[in-house]
Design a protein. Structure first.
Length: 310
């Protein structure tokens, strides 16, 4: 019953998005649906096996969550990136729902059937209100720095044009593990402000970066110019597509600082737009993914610059 409820809500909220009634990228789906799934799981279990400890309630509430997400991936309802990002929240809130079901049985056993119906309807009640009245769009900056044992002029040569990045050359990263494609190369059309840097990633992902600040050996900043229609549907999950409705990088760039003894501090920064209502949860995931990507790319630049310096 928990699995069927989850799949039904997944399909219904996606279809209802056409009528501005619901959406998958909402608090209702991310947090309230797993509460209801966990509640349903423990509600029917409690009728056959009571009493249960709250620990058992919290754990068995995960069972329909795992099956629901597995079915979503197998049927291509969701991709690996969305599932990886949703799983921690689904597990926590399913446990909350499971323990609430046990509490309701202990306090209001005769009204437990009414309680499960009420909890199951909560996402349907809250989703249209959230979609039309709650808008928590925000931007934030992610920045990472690495020390490179090479002069700034050598490091600078690595930034504008990035030659072909081979499979074994790019460091392993968490973002790749969950299905985010890795960069392949970048090419500049000219130098200075207004020049276009074209980035190519795996799975035919291509986007542009328009140079907004250009100080040789010191700074290269750019605005992302991403057409979501040119990002293949299979490359990134639809809810985290670059330049899409919910999530996109806005600006980025590199800064270089000479550090003596032929060392360079190289920083990579990205300003991210988050149009979801997930608050701290989406911020944490954004930080994790972009910092992971930054670290891998900076390590690549470090190895290349130090090899060139030798």
């Amino acid at each position: 019953m928990g699995v069927l409820y989850g799949i039904s809500m997944r399909i219904f909220l996606e279809i209802s998005g056409t009528f501005n009634f619901g959406s998958l990228v909402t608090i209702s789906f991310m947090f309230l649906v797993p509460v209801a799934i966990g509640f349903i799981r423990v509600h029917f279990e409690y009728n056959q096996l009571s009493p249960m400890t709250y620990g058992r309630m919290a754990v068995i509430a995960w069972q329909p969550i795992f099956v629901f997400l597995f079915v979503s991936v197998v049927t291509l309802l969701e991709g690996s990136i969305c599932v990886a990002m949703a799983l921690p929240a689904f597990m926590v809130f399913a446990s909350i729902g499971g323990m609430l079901a046990g509490l309701c049985h202990r306090l209001w056993e005769k009204k437990s059937n009414k309680a499960v119906m009420s909890v199951a309807l909560l996402p349907l009640i809250f989703s249209p209100l959230e979609l039309n009245f709650l808008h928590l769009s925000k931007t934030y900056e992610v920045k990472n720095t690495i020390v490179i044992n090479a002069p700034v002029d050598v490091v600078w040569q690595q930034l504008a044009n990035v030659s072909q990045i081979h499979e074994g050359e790019y460091p392993s990263s968490f973002s790749q593990l969950i299905g985010i494609p890795r960069p392949i190369r970048a090419d500049m059309s000219g130098d200075g402000v207004g020049a276009i840097r074209t980035s190519q990633w795996q799975k035919n992902v291509v986007f542009k970066e328009v140079i907004t600040e250009w100080l040789p050996n010191k700074k290269m900043l750019y605005n992302f110019e991403i057409d979501p229609e040119l990002i293949p549907d299979h490359a990134l999950d639809q809810h985290v597509k670059l330049g899409g409705e919910y999530f996109s990088p806005l600006q980025g760039g590199y800064e270089l600082v000479a550090s003596g003894d032929n060392q360079t501090l190289l920083s990579l920064q990205t300003t991210v737009l988050d149009n979801t209502n997930f608050g701290i949860y989406s911020r944490v995931w954004g930080e994790v993914i972009f910092q992971d990507f930054h670290r891998a790319l900076l390590k690549l630049m470090k190895v290349r610059a130090e090899n060139d310096n030798k």
